[in-house]
Design a protein around this ligand. Structure first.
Ligand code: CMC
Length: 482
């Protein structure tokens, strides 16, 4: 980290001595004030629920300029990567810091391709789930279970283990997502095919059957690959921070990524694509474009609890660049499938138009995010709505691993352990004394049934002689007496 020339000074109005804190400069983006010694020097913590102004780590992977609406992976604008690269090149970039040359690309693709199968036992594990289980519930379990199948890559402190776990996770996620889908449908699993691209193989595992050859549509293959690129990383978002925090305890990489999958599921994060499509379908059912005005009034009414899903972002205060690219992909896919007049796409465009002109959204700088159009593309491809977040998880896995590996290699990393402003009861000494009085004054158990309790602190609930009697302490059932 590079020290800035200036320092920050924190002063107090009660006459306590002021504190000087170092400032570090990023290569781009805001500087940070280093508050690590604040508690030692003042006995105080900082308070920042939701991390509105807190940098939790240093990172060289992904940069977002929220005001400009800019997203860079290792310095490359997302627009360039989406047009000129494929997903596996993007994975290489995120993991190792550079776009691969031809030899590196061949080697990386071959390593990923040769790890796409999962242990056969995984399918029996999958069978424990109900067929109607949400795919994200299934995926959280399956990814966590990988640590039980691949024992030779679970030491997060061993660089070789981390490398193998990274390749395994990137390679196996499409297989697991497709298995979760096939299981829900009651169709046979499709084994991966090494002669197909990453996206093409996934399409085949999803939509192919053993009964006939599956021909990959190149437009859909490219569109899916772009969806993967757009979701690959997004700096310190909720799920990535979850992966880092989970991994900071030294747990194994598969467990840390499973924590990321669980966090991503929420509708404020990766679950927004599913929530967005459900919202569009709801409006469509109620009358479509003619009901947009009415729906927008509900969104603006704070008491309604209704949000325009796929809109707004903690960091972007401008158009999310991924949303623009996703809209282009949406056009291409709908045209390829002859769905140019898709009513949900029309509805989404109408909602976007109204929102971008409405003072509620303009004044709060709320713009479409990546999830606004991604659901429409995926639905057109035949991906069921409840699998959208699973596709997001598949694509984000590389970002999670890159960030996890970066954390482990950072000499400054420590186990994550936030502090708190405590607002609960003070020491409960008086209450304990009151309980003791109550017991002493209450009915007592006959001596032959009443073993002495270490603190003499138990409540006595008398039953009839022929019924079981229960002795409880103030907090737990202690013993059932005959
Ligand atoms: N619809 C209506 N109002 C909104 C929306 C929305 N989608 N998003 C934010 N607002 C309002 C919010 O009520 C608040 O208003 P006020 O200042 O009057 O209280 C203001 O805009 C600022 O929003 P915030 O909730 O304080 O912002 P945040 O940074 O805490 O939350 C967010 C960001 C993404 C959780 C939120 O915008 C949201 O819930 N959006 C809908 C869900 C969504 O699309 N999530 C996907 C995010 S992108 C995919 C990913 O990377 O995870």
């Amino acid at each position: 980290m590079k020290l800035a020339d200036n320092k920050a000074t924190l002063s107090f109005s009660n006459g306590s001595p002021s504190v000087e804190m170092p400032v570090y400069q990023g290569s781009i983006g805001p500087d940070v004030i280093d508050i690590r010694k604040l508690y030692a020097q003042t006995g105080m913590f900082t308070y920042d629920p939701g991390f509105l102004s807190t940098a939790s780590c240093q990172s060289a992977i992904t940069y977002i300029d929220g005001d400009k609406g800019e997203l860079l992976y290792r310095g490359y604008p997302i627009e360039q990567l989406a047009v000129n690269c494929d997903f596996l090149e993007t994975c290489h970039l995120l993991l190792y810091g550079n776009l691969p040359n031809e030899t590196q690309k061949k080697d990386f693709t071959s390593r990923v391709t040769n790890h796409t199968m999962v242990n056969e036992q995984m399918q029996f594990f999958l069978r424990g789930f109900r067929r109607d289980a949400h795919p994200m519930a299934v995926l959280t379990g399956l990814v966590g279970a990988l640590s039980a199948f691949y024992h030779d890559s679970t030491d997060i402190n061993n660089p070789q283990h981390r490398e193998v776990a990274a390749i395994r996770l990137i390679a196996k996620m499409p297989t697991l997502v497709a298995m979760a889908y096939k299981y829900g449908k009651g169709e046979p699993y499709m084994y991966p095919r090494n002669d197909l691209s990453y996206a093409g193989n996934f399409l085949r595992m999803m939509f192919g059957t053993p009964c006939e050859d599956y021909v990959v549509n190149p437009v859909l293959e490219r569109a899916l690959d772009r969806i993967f690129i757009l979701h690959a990383d997004h700096e310190q978002n909720a799920s990535t921070s979850t992966v880092r925090l989970c991994g900071s305890s030294g747990t194994n990489p598969f467990a840390a990524i499973a924590a990321g999958v669980a966090c991503l599921w929420g509708p404020a994060h990766g679950g927004a694509n599913e929530a967005c499509l459900n919202m569009l379908e709801d409006i469509q059912r109620q009358g479509g474009v003619s009901k947009v005005g009415e729906f927008m009034e509900k969104v603006k009414d704070k008491n309604s609890g209704v949000k325009l899903m796929g809109f707004g972002h903690r960091v972007y205060k401008n158009y999310d660049p991924r949303a623009k690219l996703m809209q282009e992909t949406c056009n291409e896919v709908l045209k390829e499938l002859g769905l140019e007049n898709d009513p949900l796409f029309k509805l989404a465009k109408e909602l976007e138009k109204i929102a971008l002109e409405d003072d509620y959204f303009v004044s709060r700088k709320l713009y479409p995010n990546v999830d606004f159009y991604s659901g429409i593309v995926q639905r057109a491809m035949g991906i069921p709505v409840n699998l959208f977040t699973g596709i997001f998880a598949l694509a984000r896995t590389v970002g999670w691993i890159a960030q996890l590996n970066e954390m482990i290699s950072d000499p400054e990393y420590k186990i994550g352990r936030p502090r708190q402003l405590f607002t609960g009861s003070e020491r409960a000494g008086k209450r304990a004394a009151a309980i003791q009085t109550l017991i002493v004054d209450g009915p007592r158990p006959p001596t032959h049934e009443s073993p002495p309790h270490p603190g003499g602190l138990f409540l006595w609930c008398a039953g009839s002689a022929s019924r079981p009697r229960i002795v409880v302490t103030p907090v737990t059932v202690q013993r059932v007496l005959p």
